[in-house]
Write a protein that binds this ligand. Structure first.
Ligand code: AMP
Length: 293
């Protein structure tokens, strides 16, 4: 496994691979790898001749006062885990090379980037789409793999790839969870022992919401009220948002119809955790049974 830090070097490497007619699977990450990242890497390796993983804590997707400086990093461990997943290359560029002083160009995906997390993290998705676009141009993968954990990010990147005719496939893989249901995240390491225990309420509240929808509840307000009550019962939990939105447009829904994304963001002290579930809503029939809408 090679570690490549230079942009030109990375482009030369992928040119060589393409010449041989081999395919490249790509997993962009910010490092501090966990099983969620590894599930993407394993799938990418299985479906392609070559696997490239990028490890880059991208400054432009962090707002002022966010955790850019203290974001967890452990490159040695990441190298070991990537090698074990069969990575051919870790692309690990320097921030000053990715964003030289005269850098000017950003990519934005309209209103999609302003909803949900975009509201509390203005500019975040502009940073994400810009870096992912740059990485795509540097690595030139056939397929890039993303996690459903960051549902809004996956939707925005798929939109960008379609809108800009990017010559690659985007695949979105399921959320990998701890045994107790907490979605794996590099940021979970920030949690105190108490907060770690309490944090499973995100998953539990999502499960409750799915159960309510499947048993015929029709009002997003009632479901959100229940979720709010559950999360607020945990000491130290501060809700950023709980939303039920159309899984494609990310617009809040008034009626529970079609494919829905239930998304939550909750602070435990300074640590902001996100989680989500996609659910197909059901409609009650006269005989008391339910059918898909
Ligand atoms: P990050 O390093 O947090 O930027 O994440 C890199 C990629 O891993 C993104 O596509 C994430 O959505 C994905 N990812 C992060 N956590 C998980 C998880 N628990 N399950 C599946 N994918 C994940």
């Amino acid at each position: 496994m090679k570690v490549i830090t230079g942009i030109k070097k990375m482009q030369l490497w992928n040119k060589g691979v393409r010449k041989k007619g081999e395919t490249i699977g790509f997993v962009p990450t910010m490092g501090y790898l966990h099983q969620g990242h590894l599930s993407l890497m394993r799938r990418a390796k299985k479906e392609n001749d070559r696997l490239v993983v990028s490890i880059f804590v991208n400054p432009t997707q962090f707002g002022p006062g966010e955790d850019f400086k203290r974001y967890p990093r452990n490159f040695k461990r990441d190298q070991r885990l990537s090698r074990a997943c069969g990575a051919d290359v870790i692309f690990h560029p320097q921030a000053k090379k990715m964003y030289p002083p005269d850098f000017k160009t950003y990519v934005e995906v309209g209103k999609l980037g302003e909803r949900l997390c975009g509201r509390s993290r203005p500019g975040h998705f502009r940073g994400v789409t810009t870096i992912v676009n740059k990485l795509f141009n540097i690595v030139q993968p056939d397929t890039a793999y993303f996690g459903q954990k960051d549902a809004q990010q996956a939707i925005i990147i798929s939109r960008m790839a379609q809108d800009l005719n990017l010559p690659l496939k985007i695949k979105v893989l399921p959320i990998v969870r701890e045994k107790d249901g907490l979605a794996m995240s590099s940021r979970n390491t920030y949690l105190s022992a108490d907060a770690r225990k309490n944090a499973i309420i995100l998953y539990k509240s999502l499960q409750t919401a799915v159960g309510m929808i499947q048993s015929g509840y029709n009002s997003p307000r009632e479901i959100i009220f229940k979720m709010r009550e559950m999360i607020n019962s945990k000491p130290g939990a501060k809700i950023d948002y709980i939303k039920i939105v159309d899984a494609r447009t990310l617009k809040e829904v008034k009626r529970l119809e079609g494919r829905l994304l239930i998304a939550v963001a909750v602070y435990f002290n300074k640590t902001r955790l996100i989680d989500n579930k996609v659910v197909q809503s059901y409609k009650r029939k006269k005989n008391g049974l339910y059918r898909r809408r």
